[in-house]
Design a protein around this ligand. Sequence first.
Ligand code: NAP
Length: 328
Amino acid sequence: MAITLDAKTVRLAKTGLAYFGGVVVLYWLLRLLQAVFAIFIQPGKSLRKFGPKGSWVVITGASDGIGKEYAYQLAAKGFNILLISRTASKLEEIGKDLESKHSIKTEFLPIDFAANRDEDYKKIAAAVDGKDVAILVNNVGKSYDMPTPFLITEDHVMKEIITINCLATLRVTQIVVPGMVSRKRGLILTMGSFAGLTPTPLLAAYSGSKAFLSTWSAALAAELAPYGVDVDLITCYLVTSAMSKVRRTSMTIPNPRAFVRAALGKIGVYVGNSTGVSTPFWSHGVMHWAMENIAGLGSSSLIKVNKSMHEDIRKRALKKQERDAKKQ
Ligand SMILES: NC(=O)c1ccc[n+]([C@@H]2O[C@H](COP(=O)([O-])OP(=O)(O)OC[C@H]3O[C@@H](n4cnc5c(N)ncnc54)[C@H](OP(=O)(O)O)[C@@H]3O)[C@@H](O)[C@H]2O)c1
């Protein structure tokens, strides 16, 4: 049976729909404007809020890539730097270079976080004892040499990913942060990844470890807020480095210098829905917003795209491995 509506009801329904549509469009416009503001305009908190010139920064994974760049840019801002990674010679050289370029102090600790040795953590505790540590950069991380299905991931790779990415970050933070709490100021930056924002097949353990850091970092942020300590997870797509094996920069792949400059300029600025997750490089911010609002983080369509991208990378890496083997 057909329902007939009088002209007034039809007019009312049309007006209601138009208002509803208007509200929806306005809502999305506001969200878009908010993101544009966060990505392109909103400045981050001043680093001076966290410690004066001459206070210290602790950086893990400081001898290469993003960690090394944090060391250079924070030294240029007058912070003393405690550098930690495995290779003493690289750390010593970087320390000397930093001291000669900026009038700051540096110290270094050669530590292999994969070994998870209590003595190493005691060394870190001794090194930070009595220092005014303003900033902790939890940068050290391990990924796969190439995308690998989980079932054939070697035992040692799996253990190293979890020990370095998760356990070392937690242990270093427990050592460094009590001083910040007692001084009622400080900043903890932890390196996340897009692999932690959205499940990444063929990097399953790495993806899980970065998602772990994201959840841990957000929980810690709420615990430390009353003590004046800020906690941000810094997330990104690709950055040129030894780990990413990408050498050429592009609009979506900055070098460590551009990436760290963006990260230090966007402390406390968040593009996505999750407070405490900073996506500082502009094109990564656009990608984060689109993944969250258009595809949906963790949606099956996004995971599918991610899977085929990593399958392609694996195919190419295996072919290269074959070519290299033939050359020998
Ligand atoms: N590059 C990217 O595209 C990208 C994307 C997303 C997230 N990230 C994250 O960004 C962080 C830095 O990555 P990156 O690309 O700068 O890496 P990288 O260039 O390979 O540098 C890694 C640093 O960590 C140190 N390191 C490695 N294993 C260690 C261990 N077992 N113990 C102590 N130090 C160790 C290395 O120095 P030694 O060899 O001297 O120990 C080096 O200083 C990681 O957490 C990574 O997951 C990077």
